[in-house]
Design a protein around this ligand. Sequence first.
Ligand code: SF4
Length: 403
Amino acid sequence: MYIPELLAPAGNLEKLKIAIHYGADAVYLGGKAFGLRNLADNFTPEEMATGIAYAHERGVKVYLTVNSYPANEDLPALEKFIAEIAPIPFDALIAADPGVIQLIRELAPHHNIHLSTQANSVNWRSIRFWEQQGIGRINLARETSLAAVRETAQKCSAELELFAHGAMCISYSGRCLISSVMSGRNANKGECSHPCRWGYSLVEETRPGEYFPVMEDETGTFIFNSKDLCLIEHLPEIVNSGVASLKIEGRMKGIYYVASVVRAYRAALDALRDEGDGYRFRPQWLEELCKISHRGYTTGFLFGQPEDVGQEYHSAYLRSHLFVGIVAEQLADGRFAIGVRNRIKCGDSIELMGPAMRNDSFTITAMTDEKGAAIETANPNSRIIMSLPAGTAVNDLLRTEKP
Ligand code: SF4
């Protein structure tokens, strides 16, 4: 059975390493401009070269997003940017705007081009058009149904990439002005401030200034708040539809999100490859995806229009676990250095997450600072030393259950 590529977000070098550690086949990243998600950390050209060398040594592909829609006045800087990244050996550049595609052809003609979801491709005629422009892969808009994916794969030869997991917009694949209007930050230039996730009140037209709270639960209401896309329960149908790549959204999310989502989808895809017709979905994969911050899950447009079931009316963000640290280094004496991200203390119950769904639970009995002095509590951004269960590897993550 053909198993599609698992494509993960890499908002910075650390996220790139985590995505690879947990099983991504490819990662996508952005430069400091023109790649949407302008508020993610993103990469300098030097970091791009470092990240690509790291990924290619491990057989992982790297794609660069250049998928914003530039205005005329942005073009000189964009030309400079493309000329600068042209020698970097990306496996493909991801673009949406035809002008940007033309510019890449002129200044970096040796690079493959993938079409971004920002181009809103939802039908096979559109895919065929882009195919005829020499585009080798097209990311389908999130509004595409499984039936449309299947038909498009039969009628077109370009590779198809499908979003499998991550945030959804209430607008048409990010073509949204709410952020520009409410915060002056342009979503189509990667600066979205996510006002669709904010809380809102009710105002009657003749009583300006009188705000009536709308309460659907103790956290308020979230009338524009889409649930997050999660297709992990439907991988056999999706794989059979002919997609070449399954994409995880979230370059602005943290390493705990990247690790959790990549490893769950990796486990499911590996099981599908190994078990074929005997494959069965494991609830543990979905349970793992519920341990990260999310807004409830939906299958989006996969089985048709989601209508109101795609909205999360009942709460803001949900999560059951808290990310507390990353295994940074194994020392000569067998203990490990941990980069602490949230406060931990002796007596805390910790779960250590490794690739291939390895979870090891233990209680912290002792830890020291870097100079070897025993400590009871470790604060965020400190580096501490402790013993960890057998099988622990650098880049494994530590988490605790939320009270
Ligand atoms: S405000 Fe919400 S719907 Fe609009 S682009 Fe941003 S995330 Fe998408």
